[in-house]
Each structure stands twice: as structure tokens, then as C-alpha cells.
Design a protein around this ligand. Structure first.
Ligand code: ZN
Length: 193
């Protein structure tokens, strides 16, 4: 992806400015580590690519904007409790700006009740081989964190669990975090062959 990271493109309202707590946070941090080790969260100009989330009772917990996924702590996670795509606004618990793709994650959770984990990474290997591997690819490249990108994903999402964002990265979805993570790993490995 060529565009530079300039932060989030929506307004964030902080409701509860404390570090968030949830029993599943350790699983998310484990997968963030895996993504960092595999190079699926590369350093870009202005921050790191990739953002991971899981569904909670109130909404979902997601990695903070531009954060390095290696050695994350609870302070690097934010819980989205309300969002509005058209108004470009999110209401959160936590101390940091949530990922710039928070509205995309929100959209997917709202469309897919069976999905409890949304993992987004940047995988050069997969981008190179996505056609060869017959992966589902968005038709047009769109700027990160944009409503246009959400619309582009909406055109092809249906019931699929793995989508390539053209010239950008991938979305791996799952009923659990382990399913979303393992799917991303499996396709990463198959792209290496
Ligand atoms: Zn990205």
C-alpha cells in the first residue's frame, strides 16, 4: 500500500478513560504477536499496518491506531461500544485512539452475527499470489480507513471468511480468534509455495 498513515479518519468520543479488561485479551495479544513475527504488521510511514479485534458484550475490542503489534499491553487496546459509519464517529472505552479501520470492523460485526473475530493484516506474499490462489479480492483499491473501503468490502463480503483488500492487505474472519488467526496463517503459508 503506497498511502502514508496519517491516523484515524473519524471522531473518537472517550467514555471511560481506563485501561480495558476482558478475559479474552490474552488471546488477542497472542495473535498480535504472531502477526508481528510473520511480518503481517509491517512498519509504514507514520505507524504500523494491521489491526485485530474480537467481539465483546458491548461491542468489540480492537488494537489502537498505528500501534506496533509486537508486545502489546492492555493499554494498547480500545473497546468500541458505539459507532456510526456515516457520521464517522466512534464511542470507546480506553485510553488511546482506536485503529483507523474501526468502522470497517464495526461494519463486519454488524453484518455477520456469527463472526466474533476480525483480523486485518498486510501480507505482501498473499497480495502477489492472490489471483493464483483464487482468493476473493475487492474490485477497486480504496484509501485505508475510508467509507469507500467499507463499501468495497460490502460488495463482496457475503458469507466469506477471507478477503483480499486490493493492493493493501487481507481480512480474516472467524467464529473465534483462533479460527481467524489460523486461517490467515494457512493462507500465508500457501502463498509461500
Ligand atoms: Zn491496512
Amino acid at each position: 500500500m503506497s498511502s502514508k498513515y496519517i491516523g484515524t479518519k473519524f471522531q473518537t468520543v472517550f467514555k471511560d478513560k481506563n485501561a480495558i479488561k476482558d478475559d479474552n485479551i490474552s488471546i488477542l495479544i497472542k495473535w498480535c504477536d504472531h502477526f508481528a513475527e510473520l511480518g503481517l504488521s509491517p512498519k509504514l510511514i507514520g505507524g504500523f499496518g494491521g489491526n485485530l479485534s474480537f467481539r465483546t458484550k458491548q461491542g468489540f475490542i480492537i488494537t489502537a491506531s498505528g500501534v506496533n503489534l509486537k508486545n502489546l499491553s492492555e493499554n494498547d487496546l480500545v473497546e468500541i461500544i458505539e459507532a456510526d459509519i456515516l457520521l464517522k464517529k466512534v464511542v470507546v472505552n480506553g485510553t488511546k485512539q482506536p485503529s483507523s479501520e474501526s468502522l470497517l470492523h464495526y461494519y463486519i460485526y454488524s453484518q455477520r452475527p456469527e463472526v466474533n473475530a476480525v483480523f486485518h493484516g498486510h501480507d505482501e506474499q498473499v497480495l502477489k499470489k492472490c489471483e493464483q490462489l483464487n482468493l476473493l479480492i475487492t474490485k477497486q483499491e480504496q484509501p485505508y480507513g475510508s467509507v469507500k473501503l467499507i463499501e468495497e468490502v460490502g460488495k463482496i463480503l457475503q458469507n466469506y471468511f477471507y478477503i483480499v483488500l486490493k493492493n493493501h492487505g487481507f481480512l480474516s474472519l472467524g467464529e473465534t480468534m483462533d479460527k481467524a488467526g489460523n486461517l490467515a496463517l494457512q493462507i500465508h503459508r500457501s502463498s509461500a509455495k
